[in-house]
Write a protein that binds this ligand. Structure first.
Ligand SMILES: Cc1cc2nc3c(=O)[nH]c(=O)nc-3n(C[C@H](O)[C@H](O)[C@H](O)COP(=O)(O)OP(=O)(O)OC[C@H]3O[C@@H](n4cnc5c(N)ncnc54)[C@H](O)[C@@H]3O)c2cc1C
Length: 465
């Protein structure tokens, strides 16, 4: 079996790469290999009745399958270079923004029409934030919502499926460099089966981080790793944040702590949304989403408060550090821990009774506990300081009943050494999306896929001409 291009991973990076290749050069023979299921077969077993919490499936339906980690996400496509990755460092700021806008056009034309684009341009909150030692980052955000995001993915798949070979439930085991300069992708039991290609695009996301590390070792591709973000997910009544979320939907706000001068930031805001479990390599952490459709809305808003931890030599295993802290919460709580803010500042554990009596009804069944036994003091102090700072722009944030779920961890894939074409030291082997460590978001990952597809098409045209 010989393909022109094989794409490993069907998350946003892989999908947009395959889609753009199909559009711009319909004659190409393409294959997409994906560990998980097709979109319609992706099912997380948690049903709230028989299965109440994560049972650590071998392949996590939330993280893997057509649509990648983004499939059941809130579908917030942020168009900005201020966060979501450092794609601009490789391809330039304007190119990155243009590609994110191009991705937005494709989403809109595949079911996203009628969804809203929010923007921080001209907002009064910028000044209000500054007056309270907070910084609001600039961005435009298209909120597809979990339901419309699914429809967009479904429409894209239907358009693509007859023009390329999809191999679902087929994790790629190895990628080998062939003598003719092409690549052999090995899969199946012990990597017995294989397909060859002239060019290979690897887009394995966060769930493929360990595999990516192995491939980089096997192919002698340099990597570096030094960052992990740790924190909690905050859940409060949606009205408390409604002035901000009605106008901006998602606001990325940064606070510099007085005590340690660390930056704490809001991340992944979900108005009227739900808090969910996330399983990364068997470790249960917390995340959130919300829906575009009014019928699925809850009365709560949730967002993460994260502190970035950068390590310097000789320590290299930043993800291992994050995993150990998440494991600690799993050990104490059997999964995610929830605590009332009032209990945290009083130095006591939350219990079922106090949470049930509170004003905020939790949207995730987590174990009441004490986050101070899990998170390092410096990180927890920063989070508490920021909650008081946010209370000044959204009064009520620091109420006793505000819920904090822990831990939320943003694992960063080690950064793979790729050039301005997102190509590794092996010609024709591209590494994109979150798996490259360069992107951390739907829009940046998708844009990296389009960018690589356009590079390949241009190069082929040059050769042919
Ligand atoms: C619950 C949740 C909510 C989120 N919400 C948002 C949001 O609102 N906005 C935002 O910008 N970002 C959000 N994110 C992050 C966003 O989903 C990711 O940044 C994005 O999906 C990255 O795209 P990707 O293609 O690089 O990787 P992924 O989406 O992770 O896709 C990689 C794919 O590769 C497959 N794979 C891995 N290893 C192999 C292998 N060896 N062989 C074959 N296939 C393999 C995986 O199964 C997976 O399907 C959210 C993430 C989660 C988990």
């Amino acid at each position: 079996m010989r393909y022109d291009v094989i794409i490993v991973g069907a998350g946003p990076g892989g999908i947009f790469s395959a889609y753009e290749l199909m559009q711009k050069n319909p004659g190409l023979k393409l294959a997409v290999f994906e560990s998980g299921y097709p979109l319609e077969k992706r099912r997380c077993p948690i049903d709230g009745k028989k299965v109440k919490s994560c049972i650590k499936c071998k392949t996590c339906a939330i993280m893997s399958g057509f649509g990648g980690a983004g499939a059941f996400s809130d579908g917030k496509y942020n168009i900005t270079n201020d966060f979501g990755g450092t794609l601009y460092e490789h391809i330039g700021r304007q190119e990155a923004i243009d590609l994110m806008k191009y991705v937005d056009e494709i989403n809109v034309s595949h079911g996203g029409e009628g969804t809203r684009m929010f923007s921080t341009a001209g907002t009064k909150f910028k000044k209000l934030c500054m007056q309270n030692k907070l910084k609001l980052l600039d961005a435009s955000v298209r909120h597809l919502g979990t339901d419309i995001n699914y429809i967009v993915l479904e429409n894209m798949y239907n358009e693509m499926k007859d023009h390329m070979d999809f191999y679902f439930r087929t994790p790629v085991e190895h990628v080998e460099v062939l003598a003719d300069g092409g690549y052999r992708v090995r899969y199946g039991e012990d990597g017995q089966e294989y397909a060859d290609c002239t060019r290979c695009v690897i887009s394995v996301g966060r769930s493929g981080s360990k595999w990516m590390e192995k491939i980089c070792q096997e192919l002698d591709i340099p990597t570096k790793s030094n960052r992990v973000d740790l924190g909690v997910r905050v859940e409060l009544p949606a009205v408390i944040f409604s002035d901000l979320t009605d106008e901006l939907y998602e606001s990325k706000i940064v606070y510099r702590t007085e005590k340690f001068e660390d930056n704490v930031r809001t991340f992944c805001m979900n108005p009227y949304g739900i808090v969910v479990n996330e399983n990364t390599n068997g470790i249960v952490t917390v995340n959130g989403h919300s829906y575009e459709g009014a019928e699925k809305r809850t009365e709560n808003t949730n967002f993460a408060l994260l502190v970035a931890k950068h390590f310097s030599e000789p320590f290299k295993d930043s993800n291992g550090y994050g995993e150990s802290i998440a494991r600690l919460s799993n050990m104490l709580g059997g999964g995610v821990i929830v605590q009332r803010f009032g209990d945290l500042v009083r130095g006591r554990r939350s219990n079922q009774k106090r949470i049930a009596e509170g004003m905020v009804t939790p949207t995730l069944a987590a174990t009441p506990g004490d986050l101070s036994l899990v998170l390092p003091k410096r990180i927890l102090d920063g989070i508490i300081e920021m909650i008081y700072a946010l209370d000044k722009i959204a009064p009520g944030t620091a109420n006793d009943d505000t819920l904090l779920y822990g831990v939320e961890v943003k694992f960063y894939n080690m950064e793979v050494d790729i050039d301005e074409n997102l190509e590794s030291r092996h010609k024709g082997l591209y590494i994109i999306g979150d798996g490259s460590g360069v992107t951390h978001s739907l829009s940046h990952a998708s844009a990296s896929g389009v960018y690589v597809a356009q590079q390949i098409v241009r190069e082929l045209a040059k050769r042919a001409g």
